[in-house]
Write a protein that binds this ligand. Sequence first.
Ligand code: F3S
Length: 390
Amino acid sequence: MICMYLDPADEAILAGEQGETRQKMLEILVALGKVFGAERLVPIKSAQVSGASYKTIGEHGLAWLASLDARAVVPAVLNPIGMPRGRWQEMGVDPAFAEKQQAVIAAYERLGVRLDCTCTPYYLYQTGYGDHLAWSESSAVSYVNSVIGARTNREGGPGALAAALVGKTPCYGLHLAQNRHPKIVIDVNTGTREWSIAHYGALGYHAGKLVGNRIPYFRGIAPDKDRLKALGAAMAATGAVALYHVEGVTPDAKRYRYDCTGLETITVEASDIERLFVEIPVDAVAVGCPHCSSAELATIARLLSGKTVKKPMYVFAAQGVIDANLTVVQAIELSGARVYADTCMVVSPVMEQYSAIMVNSGKALAYVPDMCGAVARIGTIEECVAVATS
Ligand code: F3S
């Protein structure tokens, strides 16, 4: 077994000199490091902590959080919770659930975790190339590794929280450059139609099933950041992809110009993606998985301009992004659609009232059936707005 190097400060924490909670948290990190062969801990710039919705952690998770007594020593952001903190009554959240969710939030706040409650903290906090992080939400992990070039493994909620409270994480896996090389090539033939964000989500949905946990190297596509976000989120949902590269687009692919000679190569045709766009009746529309960027909010506002929604339409974004786009958000809500922070179509129990939900996200396409008990349909944002307003 590899022996992990711990510096004197780590040893002091392990000896209990900074309290029982921090001692336990470092024990978790050391145990993880030993399992995965880490030789040392690495200081992190930030943590992103999943296990935030009472819907997913339940009473047991709440009791564990309430038992901890320490504060985060690096910026730590919470994942989406089961309701918008300021508008849960309007969204129709059960007061009994809201009370439990408030208790979860209070427990994290006591631990010094910021209550941004988003899967897109990279819109709110500066994250740079080469930064070591301990993030846990799979789409956020994929984005920062692939699109920004930061370094994080896909942490479990307790591992990310432990890293936040200690300020370090075991240095293994995607923290090491030699483990970030592509393992499979995906040649994409997009055909003649320009691909929307939803098409990239569908590509991720399809590709994730093919690659499993291998690091894919895409050729033949040139997505912008919102499309990359959709691609990575979906691949992390149907596969276990925490990092991918796109030739000539993503930072590691540009920097290292990986030699993919000899790697298994698969081809994805436009028809493989188009067949996922199945027209079925739905009773609600939900977009913002992952949470919307400013550009996505602007597109939704433009498409809804002068229209009224006839079906419930939910838009999800980080509170900080909403605050930076208040005029746009007001324009969206003028249509009757609702823009909610802190939560999403997958982690909010409110979405369980619907039998079929239309989304523009490959990740939501994968998760809505199991997490909401509803049939999921994917369409472009134009198609989502058309369905919501007709
Ligand atoms: Fe974010 Fe919820 Fe989708 S956490 S990635 S909006 S499932």
